[in-house]
Design a protein around this ligand. Sequence first.
Ligand code: HSE
Length: 442
Amino acid sequence: MPDPLSQSTPLGVGLIGLGTVGGGVAQMLTEHAGLYAKRCGRRIELRRVVVRNVDKAKKSGLVDPGIVGDDVSALRGDDVDVVIEVAGGVDTAKGYVEQALSAGKHVVTANKALLAAHGPALFKLARLKGVSIAFEASCGGGIPCVTALQFGLMSNAVRGLYGILNGTCNYILTEMTQKGRTYAEALADAKAKGYAEADETLDVSGADAAQKLAILASLAFGVSLTGDDVPCEGIDTLDLTDVTFGDELGYDVKLIAAAEDDGRGGLFLSTRPCFVPKDAQLAQVHGAFNALSVVGDAVGHVMLYGAGAGRGPTASAVVSDLLNVASGWYPKAFADMGLMPDLHEPATPQPTDDAQSRFYLRLSVRDVPGGFGRITTILGEHGISLSAALQHEATHTGDDFVPVVITTHRCRQGDLHAACAMIANLDAVSGPPVVLRILDAT
Ligand code: HSE
């Protein structure tokens, strides 16, 4: 019986970047060539590889040295149907992707920074040229969260997204919480393990998670938004004292990227360290793992969990995208369904001061009569009800100030900030209170 694949046209692939992810992609295409041909009904052929360091790529043993070059215009030829961009960066990558789309090539990208900044314009260009952009690997590494939001959960009105979307931050927080390591030690280890971005500020400042949230929220809520729309705090200012108090109160600290329906057509967006109850599913996400908790009106609560970075997981998402393009269904969905951010209206992000939540406060309070009382009076005057309060005896005789920790019931964040501004001015209090959100909903 003749091989049915011998009748079908192979799919030509051009790859930009042969680093951690690109190398994984090349390896998977070689190792699983037969499987992929069977699944897609056509062979997938890697025909061009574009890199900065040609010699290194030629000697890598990952690809045929004859297909390696440093000129991206080589991807414009008829032998390439799909361009995979895994080089990273924003401006250069934008130029590469625009060139590929303009030449009528489908694009598969893992580049969240690029999509968070220029997604809608690039999707629009793809639509104009009759091709598609697939981007599963841009968020959550190997977790198929983009596909889940676009297709698996498309029947739902999404009420909330709560993500642990940065493996580096989660690794650092886990090491600090479980092993008592310092922030600097844990960060150095995360870098050595290859989780961190080339510029780790993007990870620890929360910017990377905010970019991923912008992409996911745009799909979940059918709006157009950029990473700049997401108010962002990182873990770089987190104090180990709060990790320890949280532990005592039954919470773990996690960097949570959240997008929540405000019930009036707007969205509350934020990326910041939050306390999560230790028995919540998100608190079970440790190390470099990522998770996305989705609350849909029909499905209820769904949590997607897996490796959010690294060679195998990210290559898994890139190659799955490639196969979905090869089989033809993804380009059709891209063209025919109203799912992509270029078709959406801009989001209406609401001021976070209007968001309601529970909160944790830590204050440094003078250890004298009435200090605590003045604080609770101000909170009460702002309509804020206390849920728990904690003060340990001073550890050294003569300590003037002691840490006081308060958790609140649900309140408006703006009211809490106003109360904290007054509290910070009290003679009995030293410095502004530390405020962390307590996330009960996940
Ligand atoms: N630096 C990212 C992280 C890699 O730590 O999650 C994947 O985007």
